[in-house]
Design a protein around this ligand. Structure first.
Ligand code: HEC
Length: 163
């Protein structure tokens, strides 16, 4: 039995349409069903939040520890050696006793009278917790400081070409 040409074309078109529908539907069937993509549960959300908080706290602690370490390194300046101070009787004692809490920079940039240096020793003991400095060692240290770090002359009276 032979079909008329028009019907052949129509049949062909229907088959092609069927294949097209089948083809288009395939990818759709690969997408997981809605029910498979469940929203996170309350417990999972709480765990994730706790993890994030712990990570943040850890990062903050680490940053604080790092900053403190850098501050201490800058203050104590472990690279310093005794010869950063001018040669003189008492240098060794000053370096040994005065660099436990801060570098010599704080000393080198200071300039005081002997009396003021002497007072400063008491202040360092009373307010900053330095071991009391007494007797001969105190005399040695204060003499050294007064000799090498005297009050600065008024820079306005100083001749910049002679200094
Ligand atoms: C126990 C710790 C400690 C020791 C040891 C110590 N200092 Fe200090 N010193 C401090 C502290 C803390 C400060 C204050 C720093 C600041 O300004 O925050 C200070 C400050 C100073 C200052 C600056 C004072 C000012 O008012 O400008 C000088 C100078 C100084 N010290 C000299 C000395 C000398 C010299 C010795 C050794 C005899 C010494 N320090 C030993 C803790 C110490």
């Amino acid at each position: 039995m032979s079909l008329p040409a028009v019907e052949k074309v129509a049949l062909g078109a229907i088959c092609a349409l069927g294949l097209l529908v089948l083809f288009l539907d395939l990818p759709a069937s690969r997408v997981p069903h809605r029910a498979e993509v469940l929203p996170p549960t309350r417990a999972a959300l709480a765990t994730a939040e706790a993890d994030a908080r712990a990570a943040l706290a850890r990062a903050e602690r680490e940053a604080a520890a790092k900053a403190e370490g850098e501050r201490l390194a800058a203050v104590q300046n472990p690279g310093e050696t005794e010869d950063i101070l001018p040669v003189g009787h008492g240098r060794e004692e000053v370096f040994a006793r005065c660099t436990a809490c801060h570098s010599t920079a704080i000393i080198r940039r200071s300039g005081f009278s002997r009396e003021r240096w002497d007072e400063l020793m008491d202040w360092m003991t009373e307010k900053q917790g330095m071991a009391p400095l007494e007797g001969e060692v105190r005399t040695l240290v204060v003499d050294y400081l007064a000799e090498h770090f005297p009050p600065r002359r008024n820079p306005r009276n100083a001749n910049p070409f002679l200094n």
